[in-house]
Ligand binder design. Structure first.
Ligand SMILES: *Cc1c(COP(=O)(O)O)cnc(C)c1O
Length: 386
């Protein structure tokens, strides 16, 4: 299906709402029926009917169709956060005694899910270096039910060979799931590479304006329906019709914003890499990236997130650099219009800092939609002062 069709037309039944170009926000929790027979039918199939907005809602249905098509999947579920789109399917598909193989260093709350939350239910995880394919084969045990990927991963952007891992998992009857937030479906399509479930934080690129928290899960109709019928309806992570509408609005400009962020990041990373104060820089589409061949094989473009470290780095120096920035905002999250900075040391105290741990030296930058000249000027003055 063509991208332009998905973003502009798919799922929109304009004749049903006065031919309005922008769909209405059906801000209703509840839907009414003429006969008991109709009501009974709706209650028997909440997956495909507007009965109650914890399940479906007409504004959400438009979004659901577009998100599924963007991923090349049968169907989609939308959650009230990205982490909801990761944790709910795991609770739906796994039971006590099951085992997960996951990449090390995924998104922070994903780590907490695997290390603290799932063990309470008897579900344990083996973390591996996902850059080495053989590690997956070695880590799998008879109880392994799920392989969890995040490619590129958070902060250090290591990639996993998605096709190869998906093929191996299928041969063993193991479900595969990936966090595709970094690339979004515009730059990476894991379903076409054999992955079963694709999660992403819609708070990031899909929302795109730092004004909504949401998550997306796509996959086969069978898997999505199984997750919906039980854990989704029980745990209640539905988004509001208004949030669904904000995501629809975000989708209209998704490719444009991503392209802008990608191109600007190319310029800014080149500038930084040539700067005398910069030690290392990690971005999957930079020439110095360790897995550049795999990046170009499985990604059509690259997001605007990268990390770098300062020469002769120290806790105080990293703090000074970040505090010196005047336009690039100091904050978590990413994917909006505004450029952001997040030093790894924001999650530790000075006593916990060790100069030998390269991960702690990393400073993550997200490149938004501002002019590159404006951003480079800000980086330049902040670097000049340290
Ligand atoms: C932000 C993020 C999440 C979590 O999404 P929320 O919408 O904040 O719940 C998950 N994975 C990655 C890679 C993220 O960056």
């Amino acid at each position: 299906m063509e991208l332009s069709f998905i973003l502009n037309e798919l799922g929109e039944e304009r004749e049903n709402y006065f031919n309005a170009v922008s769909p209405p926000i059906i801000q209703s929790s509840n839907f009414t029926f003429n006969t008991v027979t109709d009501l009974r039918q709706a209650m028997a199939d909440e997956f495909d009917t507007n009965l109650y907005s914890r399940g479906q809602n007409p504004t959400l249905s438009i979004l659901r169709k577009k998100l599924a098509a963007l991923d090349g999947a049968d169907d989609a579920l939308v959650f009230s956060s990205g982490i909801g789109a990761i944790s709910v399917p795991l609770l739906a598909l796994l039971k006590s005694g099951d085992h997960i193989v996951a990449v090390e260093n995924p998104y922070s709350w994903t780590i907490k899910l695997f290390k603290e939350f799932l063990p309470k239910f008897g579900i344990n995880t083996t973390f591996i270096d996902g850059t080495v394919y053989d590690n997956f084969e070695t880590a799998v045990i008879p109880q392994t039910r799920l392989i969890f990927l995040e490619s590129p991963n958070t902060f250090s952007y290591e990639l996993q060979d998605i096709k190869k891992i998906a093929k191996f998992a299928r041969s063993r009857g193991i479900v595969t799931m990936i966090d595709n937030s970094y690339c979004s479906p515009i730059y990476q399509q894991p379903i076409s590479m054999g992955i079963d479930l694709v999660a992403q934080s819609a708070t990031k690129y899909i929302g795109g304006h730092s004004d909504v928290v949401a998550g997306v899960l796509t996959g086969s109709r069978e898997l999505i329906r199984q997750i919906f019928d039980h854990e989704f309806m029980n745990l209640g992570p539905a988004i509001s019709p208004h949030s669904a509408w904000l995501l629809l609005r975000g989708l209209r400009t998704l490719p444009l914003r991503l392209q802008r962020s990608f191109e600007s990041t190319g310029v800014i990373t080149k500038w930084l890499q040539a700067h005398e104060h910069i030690q290392q820089l990690i971005w999957p589409f930079s020439e110095s990236f360790k897995q550049t061949q795999l990046a170009h094989e499985q990604m059509q473009g690259c997001g605007g997130l990268f990390s770098f470290s300062l020469k002769n780095s120290s806790f105080k120096k990293i703090e000074a650099f970040c505090n010196n920035l005047q336009h690039i905002l100091l904050a978590v999250s990413w994917g909006g219009h505004e450029s952001l900075i997040l030093p790894s040391i924001a999650s530790i105290s000075e006593q916990e800092y060790t100069a030998t741990d390269e991960r702690l030296q990393l400073i993550r930058m997200y490149v938004g939609l501002e002019d590159t000249g404006y951003l480079i000027q800000d980086l330049q003055q902040a670097l000049a002062k340290i």
